[in-house]
Design a protein around this ligand. Sequence first.
Ligand SMILES: Nc1nc2c(ncn2[C@@H]2O[C@H](COP(=O)(O)OP(=O)(O)OP(=O)(O)O)[C@@H](O)[C@H]2O)c(=O)[nH]1
Ligand SMILES: [Mg+2]
Ligand SMILES: [Zn+2]
Length: 344
Amino acid sequence: MVLSDLGWDAFFQEDLRDGVPARIVSSSRECFLAWTQSGELEVRPSGRLRHSSREWPAVGDWVALRPHTPVIERVLPRRSALLRKQPGKEPRRQVLAANVDVLFIVSGIDRDYNLRRIERYLELAHNSGARPVILLNKADLASALALDLEFLVCQTQRLSPGTPVLPVSAASGKGLEKFAGLLRAGETGALVGSSGVGKSTLVNRLLGEERQSTGAVRPANQRGRHTTTRRELLLMPGGWLLIDMPGLREIQLWTGDPSPGASFAEVQQWAQSCRFRDCSHTTEPGCAVQGQLDGERLANYQKLQREGAYLERKFDGRLAREERQRWKSIQKSLRRHPKQRDIP
Ligand SMILES: Nc1nc2c(ncn2[C@@H]2O[C@H](COP(=O)(O)OP(=O)(O)OP(=O)(O)O)[C@@H](O)[C@H]2O)c(=O)[nH]1
Ligand SMILES: [Mg+2]
Ligand SMILES: [Zn+2]
C-alpha cells in the first residue's frame, strides 16, 4: 500500500520520529486492525500506552508502531477529531473518529428528519476540524410521503448557509455521484446519523457490493435496529476513504465552551449588540438575540450552552483551555504543512 493513498502527508510525518506509520481501520477491545505500507496488520497498544493517560487510538488515527513488531507506541497528533461526551454520568471524552476531512451528517427525510438534531451534528462538525456536508437520504420516498424535497433542502440549508445539503437515495442512486465527488483520493469521510437512516446502505451502493450489514427500520416507530456495531474505515472506488459508524443514540458535545460555536454564527453576530457582554440570551434586558432567532433554534442554542457550562464547571475551565490550546497547535502545524489539495 502507498501511505499517501491512505491520507498520510507531511503533517503526520513531522511527528513520526523512528516509528513505523500505520492507520487504524477498526478496533475491538484492545486489538486494532491497521493498514501499513506492507498491508493489513493486527496491532496492540504497548504496555506503556495502556498504563499512561496518553491518547488512546481511534478509528482513522495514524499511529507509530515499534519497528518490526505489531505494537502501537503512540497516537500521532490528529488533524481533526470527532469528540463527544461519553454517554453516562462521568464527564469522559470519547473520540468517535480521527483525521476526518468531511463529516457527512446523514438524515432521513422521513420521520427521522429533525432540524435540532442536525444543528447538534453541525456543532459537532465545527468543533472537530472536519467540514460538514448534510445528506438527506431516502429522497425516493418524497412523493409517497407527500414531502416537498426542495422545501426540505432549503429549510435545512438555512441552518448553515455555507454547508452543502444533498438530497440522495441509496435506493435509487439519486445524488450519489455528487456525493462521491465531494472527496478526492486520499481524503477521509465519515457517516454519522441516527440508526436506520441508511448509512451502511449508502456505503454498499457506492461500493457496488453488500459489504456492510443493513437492517430494516422497526415498523412501529420507524427507528433503526442499530445494525452496525463498530466503526470501520473502508477504501472507496474513487480512492477516498469512508468511515461507516453505528447509529448514535446520544450526541452530547465535548467542549467546555459555554457559547456554542461556528454553527450559530448569526447568534455571535447579534450578541455583539447585547447590553451585557456575558449575556446568556435568556432573560437579560437589552438582549439582541432573543426575538431574532426562531424559538426552537434559540432553545437548542441554550441547551448546548448549558451543556458546555456544565462541562466547564466540572473541569474548572481547564477543558475549554485545553481544547483551545489543542486547536491552536493544530492550526499552527497546518499552516506549516497546508494540504496540497484545495478544498472544494
Ligand atoms: N426507501 C429507502 N430506504 C432506504 C434507503 N437507504 C436505506 N434504506 C433502508 O433503511 C434501512 C436502514 O438502513 P441501514 O443502512 O441499515 O441504516 P444505518 O444508518 O446503517 O443504521 P445503523 O447501522 O443501525 O446505524 C434499511 O431497510 C434500508 O434498506 C433509501 O435511500 N431509500
Ligand atoms: Mg449501519
Ligand atoms: Zn443576549
